[in-house]
Write a new protein. Structure first.
Length: 649
């Protein structure tokens, strides 16, 4: 028999001849690896109807049969304590979607934590559905000098057991073959007991019959954990790791960024030489190359950021950092699950907000999702890199470290501390009761991650950033280009204004200064004047509501109009064209500091607002978050500007 697999949509119900198979197990048991190995795809995600818990569905063909594989949210017990666990139980019992129960179950069991995994399996077997156990991490069990007789385990359980190493593809063919005979799967003669005490005794009897011996703790792992999980030394190591992390981003990415910038400068010169139509040349040179290209310059930083995050996670350090920070979260009234959700926000606030579904307390869930936008997401990285490069000379060093990297580390720490303080504040404002629940966190053994998994994680992040550049940022940048170049000005009008029509730079500066965008910027300028923002910076701040990166694209267009050949230099020397500050620089150190603080606190992402709306089911809380964070950003940016001015005076 031959097997082939492909992705499928998640909205349409399965055809009548399709076998519905649910894949379930504890978090970190290897479910996703098994899912991807079975279906041959990266998980396709959607939402369950009526709730915002994600669902992952793929399809698999084996011979003439077609299987719909659904990867259910991870759970430790069929007594749910959080929304995602409730969804898994509802699907298992046929109470979700108006669909019947799954035809068959694949229960993923971690061989290294078999005792705990069997507790969940015992509850699943009482449902009476055809069940096959997928045994993962048998290689780590053997490496730790553990032992398990797989055949004896299957006999003791009364259901099939198939060892699979999903990340390597071992055992996947045998699992597909076993899946083909799901109707003939044996069932336990006597289901496991329901009472917890009796269930524990059943688990021990199964382990004894299978000759199970848990893996021995790795001495090197224990010695490393004695340092990394120590309240003092672990914190010092954490700060050291983060310092090296951001130093690496600046040090390694700078030459790559320079190369990308040189490429776009070359493209700009080619446009000037070969495109005769001034409007088309302006759109290509200013909107695409100056705007979108100005954002794409930061792809090396984005890729490197996620490469390092994937390495830290693959090695096993990030779960240790979460365990270490659980103590800190407890001081603000939250638990370790909240830190995991906030940690997810380093990539983007939206998955961080979605990760709050694992929190059993409604109060903690709401407080955490309102605080998640303060975590420094990847969308802020291009803005921070641009502003820090304007604020700090790259040759400046503080001790053995580059000043730019330390300022970047400071911005990430500012976001993390602010998010925890905001969670503490919102938790006390939200009048919802919630009780403390046990917090489970897997501490995997230290291992070298596969190059493929690290590169895939890096590419997925870079691809997401490029997709945003080709959609949201492109549309916003094109609209801004029109606003910056309309209305049209006749030659007579230019001569009357004393502008030399033959001087393209002077014409561009006049057009931008008398554009619709200038009118909009001057309309809101009084709001931002106390922060030191002129109308051009104010327009950039407004454009960042669609996506923070468009701030860079906006300034890129303005700089391209000022000096097409050297936009970065143009930003450094940007001056007020008129008014009481005419001729004075715009992006002074106090103004740049105010911008950094503004972007650290302001909720400038409508997609994040929409995510909070979907999770809470009301517009009340996203509006509260938007109003509170925007007001806080203005006040703190004003204070930061005044303090910086005082220090530098």
């Amino acid at each position: 028999m031959t097997g082939g697999c492909h992705g499928g949509g998640v909205a349409a119900p399965a055809p009548p001849d399709t076998v519905r198979v649910a894949l379930l197990g504890s978090p970190n048991a290897g479910k996703t690896s098994v899912f991807n190995a079975l279906t041959g795809l990266t998980a396709k995600t959607g939402n369950y109807p009526g709730v915002t818990v994600a669902r992952y569905v793929g399809t698999c063909r084996h011979g003439d049969a077609r299987y719909t594989i659904e990867d259910l949210p991870g759970l430790y017990s069929l007594a749910p304590i959080s929304p995602d666990e409730q969804v898994a139980v509802d699907v298992l019992d046929g109470r979700r979607d108006g669909s019947a129960r799954p035809d068959a179950l694949l229960v993923v069991v971690d061989a290294t934590t078999l005792r705990r995994s069997l507790g969940l399996l015992a509850q699943v077997l009482t449902r009476g559905l055809p069940t096959c156990v997928v045994l993962t991490f048998t290689d780590e069990l053997a490496r730790g000098q553990g032992h398990l007789d797989v055949a004896a385990l299957a006999t003791a359980l009364g259901v099939p057991v198939v060892p699979v190493l999903g990340h390597r593809g071992h055992g996947v063919a045998a699992l597909r073959d076993r899946l083909a005979g799901w109707r003939e799967w044996p069932v336990p003669v006597v289901p496991p007991p329901v009472e917890p005490v009796e269930r524990d005794a059943w688990v021990e009897s199964v382990l004894d019959f299978a000759g199970y011996r848990a893996p021995q703790p790795h001495r090197v792992t224990q010695r490393i954990d004695a340092v990394l999980l120590h309240p003092l030394w672990g914190t010092i190591v954490f700060l050291a790791v983060m310092t090296v992390f951001f130093q690496t981003i600046f040090t390694l990415a700078t030459p790559l960024q320079d190369a990308v910038e040189s490429l776009f400068a070359l493209l700009g010169r080619l446009v000037d030489r070969h495109v005769d139509n001034p409007w088309l040349a302006g759109f290509l040179g200013d909107a695409l190359i100056g705007g979108v290209g100005g954002v794409l310059v930061f792809v090396p930083q984005i890729a490197l950021l996620f490469l390092l995050l994937a390495l830290l996670e693959g090695v096993g350090y990030l779960p240790r950092a979460a365990f270490l920070m659980d103590r800190v979260m407890a001081r603000v009234g939250l638990e370790g699950r909240a830190f995991v959700a906030l940690l997810s926000s380093f990539a983007c606030a939206i998955p961080g907000i979605m990760a709050t579904r694992t929190l059993p307390s409604a109060r903690d869930r709401l407080a955490t999702m309102l605080a998640a936008p303060l975590m420094t997401c990847s969308a802020r990285l291009p803005v921070y890199v641009l502003l820090i490069s304007l604020l700090v000379d790259p040759s400046t060093r503080w001790g053995p470290f580059g000043a730019q990297g330390l300022v970047m580390l400071g911005m990430y720490l500012l976001g993390a501390v602010s998010a925890m303080l905001a969670a503490w504040f919102f938790q006390r404002v939200v009048h919802r009761r919630g009780s403390a629940m046990p917090f489970y966190l897997e501490l995997p053994p230290y291992r070298l991650p596969s190059a493929r998994s690290v590169l895939v994680a890096m590419w997925d992040a870079a691809k997401s950033f490029l997709r945003k550049c080709s959609t949201i940022i492109l549309v916003t940048t094109a609209a801004l280009w029109l606003l910056l170049n309309l209305p049209r000005h006749s030659g007579a009008e230019l001569r009357a204004a004393g502008v030399d029509a033959g001087n393209s730079a002077a014409v561009s500066a006049y057009v931008v200064d008398h554009s619709y965008a200038a009118g909009l910027g001057r309309l809101v300028e009084p709001v931002f004047t106390p922060l030191g923002f002129d109308w051009r910076v104010s327009v950039g701040v407004l454009s960042a509501q669609s996506a923070r990166e468009t701030f860079v694209a906006t300034l890129g267009q303005v700089a391209a109009a000022e000096d097409p050949e050297h936009p970065t230099r143009a930003l450094r020397h940007l001056t007020y064209p008129d008014g009481p500050h005419a001729g004075q620089p715009v992006l002074t150190p106090p103004t740049v500091v105010a911008l950094l603080v503004w972007f650290a606190y302001a909720l400038q992402c409508m997609a994040t607002v929409g995510a909070i709306r979907r999770e809470t089911g009301t517009w009340k809380w996203p509006l509260v978050a938007f109003g509170c964070l925007t007001g806080l950003a203005w006040v703190l940016a004003f204070l930061a500007r005044q303090l910086t001015t005082l220090v530098l005076s």
